[in-house]
Design a protein around this ligand. Structure first.
Ligand code: NAP
Length: 571
């Protein structure tokens, strides 16, 4: 069994185990809800995001071939900023005049109309009626949550959205839960959510448990040892790991959180340490044997009798998508103009954090706008398309993000105005790309529009440097005007240097002087671009605005590329 099959096998056995545990526990408590849970089971497709949710016709969905999608255009006065203003206006958005109540399942079910729409997320019940016209995915999609526990629906698409903050004024109360013995036995680790002074009831879903060992134990494990001055933690991931490493380490005060990103799986270690250590954590990776070693320096040279006390979800091995987002405060080190409206931000992680964002994955920036947390995903890039050589001090301690500033946006103008030295909350990383999709690929095609180029930037570098089997990689890059093309000169330079790499620019609003391709993506453009020579294995990667992505996916499918030959980047 090689690395990828192991990862897949782990994923499957873990999914089977989780599914059986979840369903057996929930069945006794939430029999009425089982239909919904089963129907939104996560797709087993490997590289195309699940399409069970959002709803067909939703703005967030890549529709099946041949179907067009209704774009939801929000009415004037219904932007995110308008919503934030409404929530601060003092208006009663729940109809309960600030009272918080306990909601039974029967009660929840009754509130299932547009004008009276309640939903439950992680045990807390919200009245969504006022939000209906502000939802970027549209009313139809929001109504899928009406009168039910929509935690799974929400997690499928919006897991990162800070609903607690966004919907704070819509809080009706919490679900009245009749705890069953089975549930009690499995919920010793619950996340504590406090909203408007109300804490969430015990989670209706059991937290991931440590798995009973599968027949062949592929589960990572750890060990620790100490010297006079150091504490060393060794993690055996039991698989090959990327040379750039896979550990996300956060030492905050005495709490040490170590997350191993192993393809689509996540292994977490989390302790309150026995004694104080210095800020800096040294991380060494032996990638071919899958070993990661952390070295912490003791503040006082004394013998530790134990490493520390386990914190929530310590020693759990679950799918990345089921792991809660963790945030740390980063410092804005520099801002460099990439184009007239796009900046490259360099963020420095706090001294106790180490993280190398995996290729194609994104992080979340969170900031408070008028007292409401606003969160957006950004794909990490490198400092340059092909950096000459990064200084070792920078690897794992800095993150680069390419951010287009939208004048009407809520978050980006705020970020653009941040002074150097300001702090920004960074969560993640997350994302669906695993290197498995590149296995045996000989022809890599990338269709990118606007900032949809960002996941491609590191993919190009990785493919050129580590995937010698790739014979050809071609980028078709769609922009409005020439001045919008990100890293144009670097792309052109790479073309001249690297025979395997080719870029074609397409502009939708070109100047008269533009001699290249014009227009929007169409079948004719792709027919010639997506060659399929004999004995080739192709992969087409797509990223851009939702409408672009949808068109590109339909066109690629029409050219008989299979689901396995298509990867869609969607945050
Ligand atoms: P943009 O400048 O508005 O558009 C770039 C190009 O795409 C333009 O030529 C535009 O043509 C074309 N385009 C837009 N909508 C189209 C449609 N429906 N069909 C065909 N072509 C279309 O792009 P942007 O402002 O940089 O936005 C980039 C998007 O990528 C954002 O939505 C961002 O969220 C997304 N993104 C996603 C990820 C991820 O999921 N991992 C990462 C990065 C970026 P027209 O001039 O004719 O509109």
């Amino acid at each position: 069994m090689d690395l990828e099959e192991e990862e897949e096998e782990d994923y499957r056995s873990e999914s089977r185990r989780k599914a059986s545990t979840v369903f057996s526990v929930i069945a006794s408590v939430l029999s009425g809800f089982l239909g919904n849970w089963a129907c939104f089971k996560v797709s087993e497709m490997l590289n195309v995001p699940s399409q069970a949710f959002p709803a067909a016709g939703s703005q967030q969905r890549v529709a099946p071939a041949g179907q067009s999608r209704n774009k939801v255009v929000l009415k004037p006065g219904h932007s995110l900023l308008d919503w934030i203003r409404l929530t601060k206006s003092g208006q009663d958005l729940t109809g309960l005049r600030g009272r918080l109540i306990e909601v039974t399942e029967d009660e929840l079910k009754k509130h299932n109309t547009k004008k009276d729409c309640w939903t439950c997320i992680r045990g807390m019940v919200y009245n969504l009626s006022a939000y209906m016209d502000f939802h970027p995915g549209g009313e139809e999609e929001l109504m899928r949550a009406a009168g039910i526990d929509s935690t799974d629906l929400f997690d499928e698409v919006h897991r990162w959205v800070n609903y607690e903050s966004m919907l704070k004024e819509c809080l009706v109360g919490r679900m009245a839960v009749k705890p069953s013995p089975a549930l009690q036995a499995h919920t010793e680790k619950t996340e504590s959510t406090h909203l408007n002074g109300l804490s969430a009831p015990p989670s209706l879903r059991p937290e991931p448990l440590s798995a009973p060992l599968p027949a062949k134990d592929h589960r990572p494990r750890y060990d620790w040892f100490q010297t006079d001055g150091t504490v060393n933690i060794v993690v055996y991931t039991k698989r090959k790991i990327p040379s750039a490493g896979c550990a996300v380490v956060d030492l905050q005060d005495d709490n040490l959180r170590v997350e191993m990103l192993l393809g689509r799986m996540s292994y977490l270690l989390y302790w309150r340490l026995s004694s104080r250590v210095q800020d800096h954590v040294d991380v060494q990776t032996a990638h071919s044997v899958g070993k990661v070693q952390l070295c912490l320096r003791k503040s006082v040279k004394e013998k530790w009798t134990q490493l520390g006390q386990s914190l929530e979800h310590h020693d759990t091995f679950i799918q990345c998508k089921d792991r809660g987002l963790f945030y740390r405060e980063c410092v804005l080190l520099s801002k460099t103009d990439v184009t007239h409206n796009t900046q490259l931000l360099r963020l420095q992680l706090p001294p106790g954090s180490r993280m190398q964002v995996p290729v194609g994955r994104h992080v979340y920036l969170k900031t408070s706008v008028q007292g409401t947390d606003v969160v957006k995903p950004y794909t990490a890039v490198d400092q340059m398309l092909i950096p000459p050589s990064q200084s070792s001090a920078e690897v794992g301690s800095d993150i680069h993000l390419m951010i287009k500033v939208y004048p009407d946006g809520v978050l980006t103008p705020h970020i653009a105005n941040l002074p150097i030295g300001a702090s920004l909350s960074v969560g993640g990383p997350e994302g669906s790309l695993t290197l498995r999709v590149l296995r045996d690929v000989t022809h890599l095609y990338m269709l990118a529009a606007g900032t949809g180029f960002t996941p491609m930037a590191r993919l190009i570098r990785l493919a050129l440097q580590e995937f010698t089997v790739i014979r050809k990689m071609k980028l078709m890059f769609f922009n409005r005007q020439e001045r919008d093309i990100l890293w144009q000169s670097q792309l052109d330079e790479l073309c001249t240097k690297e025979e395997r790499f080719e870029v074609q620019h397409v502009l939708s609003e070109p100047a008269d002087s533009w001699t290249g391709r014009r227009g929007r993506i169409d079948a004719c453009m792709l027919q010639n671009f997506l060659e399929r020579p004999e004995n080739s294995k192709c992969l087409v990667c797509v990223c851009g605005p939702a409408g672009f992505t949808e068109s590109a996916v339909q066109l690629v499918r029409q050219l008989d590329f299979s689901e396995e030959e298509l990867h869609v980047f969607q945050a």
